[in-house]
Design a protein around this ligand. Structure first.
Ligand code: ATP
Length: 872
């Protein structure tokens, strides 16, 4: 392998047969053939057959199959074969669900895959990181993850964190100079950048030397472990519940087994029946239903611009009680236009500058030079604040590209939201000028001179007051203000020191407008109605932030706004006391965000927090729901977040909360459906066993209902259309278990009603003296009434209020379930296998009537007593 760090940049470019203009498409294609994609090999993935086999892992299912196999050998029982078939069919259904869920999660992951900025065909484009190839020219800036190994060819104070590779957590400054020596350790190869490290500061251009498994990361990382999604709290909660329930059910099954044996049933049949009852009654499907409903929900959310990265975020979203949001770009449009300027002791509209006045000209020019953006009719690239300054120049026919060529940049200290200022150094004729622009309140104390049409003079207190007043007046109308300053410096070096950003000459204030997004006010108001507190956290000036916050309804009283420095003076306890009275935090830095999140969390709130910068990652991780920006967010923030907003829009967060609440309700409805049906089965069997009646169902019947016909409505309920009125309720307390007492009571009552109807059918059959007919009637009634019950579980409200046909999936599930039941009842070979009697028209009528009864009763009750949707 070449030691690229020992070579000059031009040698490296030669070896890699590339140039600073990058590769063209055909060359990329050729290299792709040669080097493959830029990805680390993944660990072993489960194939569909393994997923299928995993469905049998359940101990009870294994016992059941074993019992069935034994009985085949003993008496060649047909029903044992059917048990086998039902279990296999159930596993196929389970496999399909799991594959579908995994597929949708995979496509979600692809949506939030990391990207890289490269030069292709001479143009800078953003591509998925896996498409980066050897010889590509990569642009890197603070907040980027480096996606391949490479040699720096242009360095602008870049600092990286290489802890993933070297274990060293300190940031490392890099260089473009040659490093001499053989076998230089990775950590000392200061002109190389390595895949998996993170750019924490500055920027650089590098040429890619190695990709995929050939990178240093590929060398040290053995195969990428398949990070399996951890179970969500709801799933853990349900698993625990299932375990407890299973124990109770097993005890009941053992009692029933003993009773059966006492009453002289063959031991093998009794075992099979008890195990089948256990399999049927234990809701092992709960956790997988949750996964599939969550996965389907995330697909819908992705279509609405919210990419969920961690499934547990969906549950959390339903309980969010505070949303802390950035201002710029999330609540506002991030389309900045310079509206006003303060130069040469006067306030002007942006279009009224006089470029014959030296100061006006300097204001526009310096705003364009200390600037990384470019703007044309076709394309605007860069930070909107800087685009606004370039566009200001366009009014006066100043072209940013030719100006930057005329006054080349020879050094810079990039903008970062902590410092809130930025400096660049330029050659202007025979002078070296440092231009510094940034927040007025940060720069005002670093200014010692002022530029007017009469030249440069020392700044007076009076001048400063005037500047500050102008700043305040601009801010009051919601304008973002940037001061433009400069200084002549001696050094001719690229390495600029922040200490030099002092003794500056004031030129101008530029005030730009960034209007709120149209949908923000509406979203804020629905947040408040839903019991969620919206909080604005911004790097911008307090007065600007308050003006915007007032306009969209976040701020009612000036006292609700606080600055980062005031926050510094509060202890954690004091902040906790005050936190619910503050709606706007201005001039904050990323560390403040963590304190704010923690304070809310200590007051038992579930906090959603947005972030986009490199330093936002810790706060995003600390928040219950970390939300990164898809358009403007850094790779690091996206990596730390549990959700990414593809449109950077606050309204999308609110929509996601509503989706989260709906998904939670749908899961709850599926659970209600499954548990109440199982309860009915258990109650019916328990009753007949205690009353010394014949067994109402065969093992096959129970398995057929529970493993096959029941799973269809359970999924259909998960697809229930989302309801708007969920945003009229207060947030759900995350600590309230899904299975509340009221919920359990509902399940018991509904199960009881179904059991009574089933037993009624059973008794009707028994009266004829034909036990098999009684069992047929009990089985059909239980199966059909559960299919009808699917409609009940769509909501807690009357179905006629929410619309009988508004969930077509429940109808499809009902139709399919009915078709399956009919084939068992009316096809004679299946009848034999399922031990079913042929039914008369009268008997069919009785079954239909009794099956419809629970639905009719429950719906009548709701029509009379339940006024509006309430979650129990
Ligand atoms: P948020 O997105 O959190 O609402 P913001 O985008 O308004 O915050 P920052 O981008 O951190 O906050 O900007 C903070 C301040 O820094 C601004 O008020 C402005 O004065 C200054 N500033 C912003 N962008 C630049 C820039 N490109 N160059 C110099 N100064 C800037």
């Amino acid at each position: 392998m070449e030691n690229f760090y020992e070579k000059s940049t031009s040698e490296v470019l030669n070896i890699l047969k590339t140039s600073p203009k990058g590769l063209n498409d055909s060359e990329v294609e050729r290299r792709r053939q040669k080097y493959g994609y830029n990805e680390l090999q993944e660990g072993h993935k489960k194939n569909i057959f393994q997923i299928f086999l995993e469905q049998f892992k359940d101990l009870l299912i294994m016992i059941l199959i074993a019992a069935a196999l034994v009985s085949i050998f003993l008496d060649n029982s047909g029903s044992a074969l059917v048990i086998f078939a039902v279990v296999v069919l159930n596993s196929i259904l389970g496999t399909l669900q799991q594959v579908k869920a995994e597929k949708s999660l995979k496509s979600l992951k692809a949506l939030s895959a990391p990207t890289a900025k490269v030069l292709r065909n001479g143009i800078q484009v953003e591509i998925p990181s896996r498409e980066v190839t050897v010889g590509d020219i990569l642009y890197l800036e603070a907040g980027d993850y480096i996606s391949a190994d490479g040699r720096i060819i242009e360095n602008y104070s870049i600092q990286v964190n290489e802890s993933s590779l070297t274990g060293e957590s300190e940031n490392v400054s890099k260089t473009e100079d040659i490093i001499e020596g053989e076998n230089v350790p990775i950590g000392d190869r200061k002109n190389m950048l390595f895949s998996g490290s993170l750019v924490t500061y500055g920027r650089a251009v590098m040429v890619v030397t190695n990709i995929g498994m050939d990178t240093q990361l590929g060398n040290v990382a053995s195969l990428l472990k398949n990070t399996e999604e951890k179970k969500t709290p709801l799933q853990v909660n349900l698993d625990n519940f299932s375990k407890k329930l299973s124990t109770a059910i097993l005890i009941i099954c053992i009692i029933i087994f003993i009773l059966d044996v006492f009453r002289g049933y063959p031991i093998m049949d009794s075992i099979m029946f008890s195990v089948a009852l256990a399999v049927a009654a234990i809701p092992e499907a709960l956790s997988s239903i949750v996964t599939i409903v969550l996965a389907l929900g995330t697909q819908k959310m992705a279509k609405e611009n919210a990419i969920i990265k961690k499934l547990k975020a969906v549950e959390g979203l339903g309980s969010v009680s505070v949303i802390c949001s950035d201002k710029t770009g999330t609540l506002t449009q991030n389309k900045m236009t310079v509206k006003k300027l303060y130069t040469d002791n006067r306030t002007l509209n942006a279009g009224d500058l006089n470029l014959d006045n030296q100061v006006d000209k300097m204001a526009v020019l310096m705003g364009i030079l200390c600037n990384d953006a470019s703007s044309s009719n076709e394309e605007k690239i860069g930070d909107p604040t800087e685009i606004a300054l370039v566009d200001l120049g366009k009014i006066y026919n100043l072209n940013e590209l030719s100006l930057r060529e005329k006054y080349p940049r020879i050094g810079e200290i990039p903008f970062d939201s902590e410092r809130k200022i930025m400096s660049t150094v330029h050659k202007v004729n025979d002078k070296t000028l440092m231009v510094t622009k940034g927040a007025c309140d940060v720069l005002i104390n670093r200014i010692s001179k002022i530029q007017t049409c009469r030249g440069i003079s020392p700044i007076t207190e009076e001048d400063k007051k005037k500047i500050e007043r102008a700043n305040e007046n601009f801010s009051k109308t919601g304008l973002r203000v940037l001061a433009v300053t400069y200084k002549e410096i001696d050094i001719d070096k690229t390495a600029l020191d922040p200490k030099q950003e002092n003794g500056l000459t004031f030129v101008a204030l530029t005030a730009m407008m960034d209007p709120p997004r149209e949908e923000s006010a509406q979203a804020i108001s629905s947040c408040i109605k839903a019991g969620i507190k919206p909080v604005m956290i911004t790097g911008d000036h307090k007065i600007t932030a308050s003006a915007i916050a007032r306009e969209i309804g976040i701020l009612k009283d000036e006292k609700e706004a606080m600055e980062g420095r005031e926050l510094d003076h509060l202890s954690d306890e004091e902040l906790r006391e005050k936190v619910d009275k503050i709606s706007v935090y201005a001039r904050v830095s990323p560390e403040h965000k963590i304190r704010i999140v923690k304070a809310w969390q200590q007051k038992d709130n579930i906090v959603a927090m947005t972030g986009d910068g490199v330093n936002d990652a810790p706060a995003l991780k600390q928040a219950n729901i970390g939300i990164a920006m898809g358009i403007t967010g850094t790779e690091v923030s996206k990596d730390a977040a549990s959700m990414v907003l593809m449109d950077d829009n606050f309204a999308t967060i609110v929509k996601s909360v509503s989706n989260g609440r709906n998904i939670y309700n749908n899961i709850k409805n599926s659970i209600r459906f499954l548990l109440s049906g199982n309860t009915a089965g258990i109650l019916a069997v328990l009753y007949t066993s205690l009353a010394a009646l014949p067994i109402p169902f065969t093992a096959v019947h129970l398995l057929f209902i529970n493993l096959i016909t029941d799973s269809l409505p359970a999924i259909a309920l998960g697809l229930e259309p989302y309801k708007h009125n969920v945003m009229k309720e207060k947030p759900r307390n995350i600590n309230t278990p899904i299975l509340t007492k009221a919920f359990g009571r509902g399940i018991l009552i509904e199960g009881f009603i179904i059991a009574v109807c089933t037993l009624f059918a059973f008794h009707t059959g028994l009266k004829t003296g034909d036990n098999m007919l009684a069992s047929t009637m009990a089985f059909s009634t239980l199966c059909m009434s559960r299919l009808f019950h699917g409609f009940n579980c769509r909501s807690r409200e009357s179905i006629f209020r929410i619309g009988l046909f508004s969930n077509k999936y429940v109808w499809i599930a009902f139709g399919l379930g009915l078709a399956l039941l009919s084939s068992v009842l009316f096809l004679s070979p299946l009848r034999t296998l399922f031990e079913i009697r042929q039914l008369s028209l009268n008997q069919i009528g009785t079954i239909c009537l009794l099956s419809f009864m629970p639905f009719a009763l429950i719906q009548t009750y709701r029509l009379i007593f339940v006024k509006s949707e309430k979650s129990s």
